[in-house]
Design a binder for this molecule. Structure first.
Ligand code: HEM
Length: 201
């Protein structure tokens, strides 16, 4: 993160989110074992499959609870996961049959923003993973590594407009936004790091 980004921390909800979810981020980063998983094509496919299940569960719920399609549409990444999985040889039926976690219910825009913070933030670290996938397997954002290409050349603009949106949120919403972000980090950790083949009951 640049000094520029950190220049106005006080009262900044994004900064508070970063601080209060730092432990959850570390736990996810640690348990994900991404380097080990993407080392083989099979492991990479397995990781994308788990991510696909998670996005298939949470994206429609964020869309419903946020109720702002113009803002959310460019941030949806389920189609990117599907494209990558197709490139890796999965059929439509196999993609649709991938396991999903237990549904999460978001009560409204505040909880939706908290959940979206986690997904949007994951595009930042995801770039590191994308570069590694490209080096190992020769994929790129056009084919095979679209998900980890993040938002491509829109990444900076989308992240800045997301942070601006956080800072417009009413102060009263802050506890719900932070609590939901923390809960989503933990839900993602449990789901992505669960033994292969685990599905919601
Ligand atoms: C699914 C897994 C992950 C999720 C959900 C996630 C989520 C996040 C979030 C929410 C942020 C934004 C923090 C802020 O407010 O500045 C972030 C930033 C970051 N993450 Fe992750 N992350 C994940 C995995 C990783 C991994 C595996 C790495 C290491 C390669 C990583 C490295 C980073 C880095 C370096 C930043 C800061 C980027 C910057 O400020 O430019 N993340 N991540």
């Amino acid at each position: 993160m640049s000094d520029d980004d950190m220049s106005d921390r006080t009262g900044n909800l994004r900064w508070r989110l970063r601080e209060e979810t730092a432990t959850a981020h570390e736990a996810l980063e640690r348990d994900l074992a991404w380097e080990q998983r993407i080392a083989s094509l099979e492991g990479y496919r397995g990781l994308l499959g788990r991510l696909r299940g998670f996005h298939a569960m949470i994206e429609p719920e964020i869309g419903r609870a946020l109720a702002d399609d113009a803002f959310f549409a460019p941030r949806r990444r389920l189609a990117l996961l599907d494209a990558d999985l197709r490139h890796l040889g999965l059929s439509e039926a196999e993609i649709a049959a991938l396991p999903r976690p237990e549904p999460m219910t978001l009560s409204g825009p505040a909880q939706a923003l908290g959940a979206l913070y986690v997904l949007e933030g994951s595009t930042l670290g995801g770039k590191v993973i994308g570069r590694r996938v490209a080096a190992l397997h020769g994929f790129d954002a056009e084919a095979g590594a679209a998900y980890y290409g993040g938002h491509g050349d829109q990444a900076g603009a989308l992240w800045r407009s997301f942070c601006a949106r956080l800072d417009e949120a009413p102060e009263a919403d802050a506890p719900a936004i932070v609590a939901t972000a923390d809960a989503l980090f933990e839900a993602m950790r449990l789901w992505l790091c669960a033994p292969a083949g685990t599905a919601a009951a």
